[in-house]
Design a protein around this ligand. Structure first.
Ligand SMILES: Cc1cc2nc3c(=O)[nH]c(=O)nc-3n(C[C@H](O)[C@H](O)[C@H](O)COP(=O)(O)OP(=O)(O)OC[C@H]3O[C@@H](n4cnc5c(N)ncnc54)[C@H](O)[C@@H]3O)c2cc1C
Length: 542
C-alpha cells in the first residue's frame, strides 16, 4: 500500500476517475504474467499497488513531487511492450501515460510532436498523408513513439533515417525532482523545430546510446523528425490475419538477392552505402523465411524440426533484401535499380522474385509472431557497431548458442540478423532466440545463464556494445569492461538527478545485478565483484 495521505494527494491531482488501488485494476499492470518469461519478469515482476493516469505535464510534476515527499517508488509506462515498464519492487505506484495522446504534424519543418501515448501506427498513418515517413521499430507499430525514441528505435529503415538520438528534436522532460526541463528550441519558445539549440542539448544524458528505461524522469512530449517519402498510397490489402500494405511498385520495391558467399553479401552492403542508394538493406535469419511460409505453428515445426541438411542450408544461405524507394520520382527508382543491379552483378548475386508488400517495417505490428514459435522470445544481443564487429559477434554467438540448445530452439548455426545503418556507416546485429517458457526448471535456469552470464561475457570478448547492455547484463560485470568503467559515469548522473532512487527502481543500472543476487543458479556462476546499489533495492513507500 502507499500511505492513505499520499493516495488522497494523488487523487486531488488527477481526479477520482484516473486513480485506482483496486487489486483487479492493478493486476492489469502486472509484470509477472505479462508474457515476457525473462528472469527479470519472473523473479522481480509483481502487481503495482496503485495506478494513476495523469493527463498533463503539470499533473506528472505533482505526482513525482508527492512520490518524493512520501518516498514512494514509481514506474512510468506508455505502451508496456518491455519488462522495464513493469512493477519490479513492492508498493509500486504505476504511472500510465496513455492519456498523453496528442499528435501534431509540422509538414513544413518535417517533424511531429507526440504525447507519450501516441503509437507508431498513428504517427506513420498521419505522416504518410503529407508524403512524409519515419522508421517503425522491428517490434511493430503498436509501440509508443516517445518511449521507443527514448531507448532504442532501430529497424531496417534506419539505413536511411538514421539513429534515434539524431531524430529527437525538442522535448519536455519532468526530472526526478519534479522540475521540468525543455530541450532544444522548446527551451526558448513553443516551436520544437531545432534539436540542437537554442536551449540545452541534453540528448546525450537523456538517452545516449540507449536510454534509462524510465529511471531518470518522465518525458511527456517529444518532437521527432520525419523524412520525405512519396505521395502514392500504400493500400491495406488482404483479410486478417494475412494483411499487408501493397506497394506502388513504380515507387517502391523489395529486391532479394542470393549471394555466393557471406563475404559477397557484406561487400554488397558496403557498396550500397558507397553508392548512397536504397531505403533498407538487411540479411534476415533463415528461420524467418520458414515462419513467413508456414500456415501454422505445427506447419513450421513439421519442416523446421528436420535437422538433416539444415545446417548446410542455414549456413550456406546468403540472402540480402534491399528496399528501393523512388522518393522524388519514378525515375529515381529506375536509376537506383540500375545501380543496384550493377552492384549485384559485381558480387555475383542472383536476383530472386519476392513479394511486393509490407507486413513489418512501414506500419504493421507483427512482433507478436516472435512469440509464436515457442511461446517466448528475446534477443541476446542487439548492437550498432562497425559492420565487421557485428559479423564477428554473430559468428561467435552461433558457436555459443549450440551449447544452449536446448533450451534454446535450434537454429542450425544461423549467424544472426544483420543490416546496415546510416548508409552503411554502421552495422547492426541482432541475435534472436526462442525457448519454451513451460520447459523444465533446469532448462529455464540454463536459459537465464545464457542471457545473464554467458552472453554478456561473450560480448565483452568480442568488444561488442550491445544495446541490451543492462537489460540483459549485470552492470557490475559490464561497467569495468566498457569505457572502461562507464558505470562510474552513469552512476554519477543517476545520483545527481535521482538521489532518492525512487524513479523506476531497481533502475536500468541495478536490475540485472539484483536478478543475479536473487537467483542462486546465477549467483553460483558469478566470478566477478560487485552487485546492485542498495539504494535501488531497499524498498519504497513502506
Ligand atoms: C518482440 C519485440 C521486438 C522488438 N524489436 C524492436 C526493434 O527491432 N527495434 C526497436 O527499436 N525496438 C524493438 N522492440 C522494442 C519495442 O519496439 C518498444 O519500443 C520498446 O519495448 C518500448 O516499449 P514501449 O514503446 O511499449 O514503451 P514502454 O514499455 O511503455 O516503456 C519502455 C521503457 O521506457 C519507460 N518509459 C515509458 N514511457 C516513458 C516516458 N514517457 N518517459 C520516460 N520513460 C518512459 C518505461 O518505464 C520503460 O522502462 C521490440 C520489442 C519486442 C517485444
Amino acid at each position: 500500500m502507499i500511505p492513505q495521505e499520499a493516495f488522497e494527494a494523488l487523487r486531488q491531482v488527477v481526479g477520482p476517475e484516473y486513480i485506482s488501488q483496486e487489486p483487479e485494476v492493478c493486476r492489469a499492470y502486472t509484470l509477472k504474467d505479462r508474457g515476457f518469461h525473462t528472469s527479470e519478469a519472473r523473479l522481480l515482476g509483481r502487481d503495482p499497488v496503485c495506478v494513476v493516469l495523469p493527463g498533463t505535464t503539470e499533473e506528472v510534476q505533482a505526482i513525482v513531487k508527492i512520490a518524493n515527499r512520501y518516498k514512494i517508488g514509481y514506474t512510468p509506462a506508455s505502451t508496456l511492450w518491455f519488462p522495464q515498464a513493469g512493477p519490479r519492487f513492492d508498493n509500486c505506484l504505476f504511472i500510465d501515460l496513455k492519456r498523453f495522446n496528442t499528435l501534431e504534424i509540422d509538414p513544413i519543418n518535417m517533424n511531429a510532436t507526440c504525447g507519450s501515448g501516441v503509437i507508431f501506427a498513428q504517427l506513420q498513418a498521419e505522416a504518410l498523408k503529407y508524403g512524409l515517413y519515419t522508421m517503425v521499430p522491428g517490434g511493430g507499430s503498436q509501440v509508443g513513439v516517445v518511449p521507443n525514441h527514448l531507448i532504442w528505435s532501430f529497424s531496417p529503415l534506419t539505413y536511411r533515417t538514421g539513429m534515434a538520438n539524431r531524430r529527437i528534436m525538442g522535448c519536455e522532460w519532468v526530472l526526478p525532482s519534479g522540475e521540468v526541463v525543455r530541450l532544444g528550441s522548446l527551451a526558448s519558445g513553443s516551436d520544437p523545430f531545432w534539436g540542437e539549440g537554442i536551449g540545452p542539448d541534453l540528448r546525450g544524458i537523456l538517452r545516449g546510446s540507449i536510454g534509462w528505461f524510465g529511471s531518470l524522469g518522465i518525458v511527456t512530449k517529444m518532437c521527432v523528425r520525419l523524412f520525405p517519402f512519396h505521395n502514392e498510397p500504400l493500400v491495406p490489402t488482404g483479410i486478417s490475419p494475412d494483411t499487408y500494405l501493397k506497394f506502388p511498385e513504380h515507387r517502391m520495391k523489395w529486391y532479394n538477392f542470393t549471394c555466393p558467399s557471406k563475404d559477397a553479401l557484406v561487400n554488397f552492403m558496403y557498396d550500397l552505402g558507397h553508392a548512397e542508394i536504397a531505403a533498407a538493406a538487411t540479411r534476415v535469419p533463415v528461420a524467418w523465411r520458414y515462419i513467413a511460409k508456414a500456415k501454422s505453428k505445427e506447419d513450421f515445426w513439421e519442416v523446421w524440426n528436420k535437422p538433416e541438411g539444415k545446417e548446410a542450408e542455414v549456413t550456406g544461405s546468403h540472402v540480402l533484401r534491399v528496399l528501393l524507394v523512388g522518393y522524388t520520382s519514378e525515375k529515381q527508382l529506375q536509376y537506383e535499380e540500375k545501380v543496384l543491379m550493377a552492384i549485384a552483378e559485381k558480387h555475383g548475386a542472383e536476383h530472386r522474385r519476392t513479394f511486393q508488400g509490407d507486413q513489418s517495417w512501414m506500419q504493421s505490428a507483427d512482433s507478436v509472431s516472435m512469440w509464436w514459435l515457442t511461446g517466448a522470445f528475446m534477443s541476446v544481443t542487439g548492437q550498432v557497431d562497425t559492420i565487421d564487429c557485428g559479423i564477428k559477434t554473430g559468428v561467435e554467438f552461433a558457436k555459443l548458442k549450440k551449447k544452449f540448445e536446448p533450451p534454446m530452439m535450434p537454429d542450425y548455426g544461423d549467424q544472426g540478423w544483420f543490416q546496415t545503418n546510416d548508409f552503411g556507416h554502421s552495422g547492426y546485429l541482432e541475435f534472436l532466440n526462442y525457448w519454451d517458457p513451460n520447459d523444465k526448471e533446469e532448462m529455464i535456469h540454463r536459459m537465464d545463464e545464457y542471457y545473464q552470464i554467458a552472453g554478456p561475457k561473450l560480448l565483452i570478448r568480442c568488444g561488442a556494445l550491445s544495446f541490451f547492455i543492462q537489460t540483459d547484463s549485470p552492470l557490475s560485470l559490464d561497467g569495468p569492461n566498457y569505457g572502461p568503467n562507464y558505470h562510474k559515469f552513469a552512476r554519477k548522473v543517476k545520483d545527481a538527478l535521482d538521489p532518492l532512487y525512487n524513479c523506476n527502481p531497481p533502475g536500468i543500472l541495478d536490475v540485472i545485478d539484483e536478478v543475479v543476487e536473487k537467483a542462486p543458479w546465477l549467483k553460483e556462476k558469478k566470478d566477478w565483484e560487485g552487485g546492485p546499489d542498495p539504494r535501488a533495492i531497499e524498498g519504497f513507500g513502506v
